[in-house]
Design a binder for this molecule. Structure first.
Ligand code: GLN
Length: 242
């Protein structure tokens, strides 16, 4: 089997270690004998709906989100939205997560339209949320990462939060939620990178991709001793630094 990972805007939206997410996806495929290819898709490049199996959209500064917001509107965004509605797996982090909602309004700037895949919207304030984050997620257990954002994300009535904040600020520092999940698409504020220290999320994305492309239901487990140690150490450090 082969899976192709589409790194959306990897050339312009790639901060705080987000590259580690595509490396983790590819490596956890290869350890299972699944061929993995990473392809970056930038502004102005066409999205072939049949070419990709897993999508990753990382973080970016406000100025980098402006051209991307224009690029994701129109046919490219409609193609991506249809793929996600069809169950294509995707991880989006911070700036990418914000643009999967209805809009992102940078502080003191013009509002940027989003894809409207998540029933959510983001408004930036004058404060930046920076620090370690621990999340209790019903679907994935404990998640750990690092946040750095001024955007506050608010979930609408049909949105499902990825989890509840235990350490850090999360979506907006007010309602105790972090991230959003819909079908096989996750959005969150967890940089770090997220996936190397949270293998359950990586395997969720890979499992959804092999089922959708090949009809294969089962994903062979891996020896995750090192990942578990990294996960636990990161949680310990986050709790200690509060
Ligand atoms: N520019 C957005 C914000 O400040 C996203 C930041 C990010 O991707 N880390 O909220």
């Amino acid at each position: 089997m082969k899976l192709t990972i589409c790194w959306l805007y990897g050339d312009t939206m790639n901060i705080y270690g987000d590259r580690g997410n595509v490396l983790a996806l590819a490596q956890r495929c290869r350890w299972r004998g699944i061929e993995a290819e990473i392809t970056t898709l930038g502004v102005g490049e066409e999205l072939d709906p049949d070419a990709y199996d897993i999508f990753f959209w990382g973080g970016g500064q406000d100025r980098e989100q402006i051209p991307v917001s224009s690029d994701i509107l129109g046919p490219k965004g409609e193609t991506l939205k249809a793929l996600l509605e069809d169950g294509a797996p995707m991880l989006s982090v911070c700036g990418g997560y914000q643009l999967l909602g209805k809009h992102y309004h940078p502080y003191g700037e013009e509002q940027l339209p989003g894809l409207g895949f998540f029933d959510a919207w983001s408004e930036a304030g004058p404060e930046r949320f920076i620090g370690n984050v621990v999340v209790d997620s019903g679907r994935f257990g404990t998640l750990v990462g690092f946040e750095n954002h001024s955007g506050l994300t608010f979930l609408g009535p049909t949105a499902e939060a990825l989890g509840r904040i235990r350490v850090g600020r999360g979506n907006n520092g007010q309602d105790g939620t972090e991230g959003c999940i819909r079908l096989n698409t996750l959005g969150c504020y967890l940089h770090g990178a997220l996936l190397p220290k949270n293998p359950a999320v990586t395997d969720f994305l890979i499992k959804a991709a092999i089922k959708r492309r090949y009809g294969v239901e089962e994903l062979e487990p891996l020896e995750d001793d090192l990942e578990v140690i990294a996960h636990q150490q990161a949680i310990k450090r986050a709790v200690a630094t509060g």
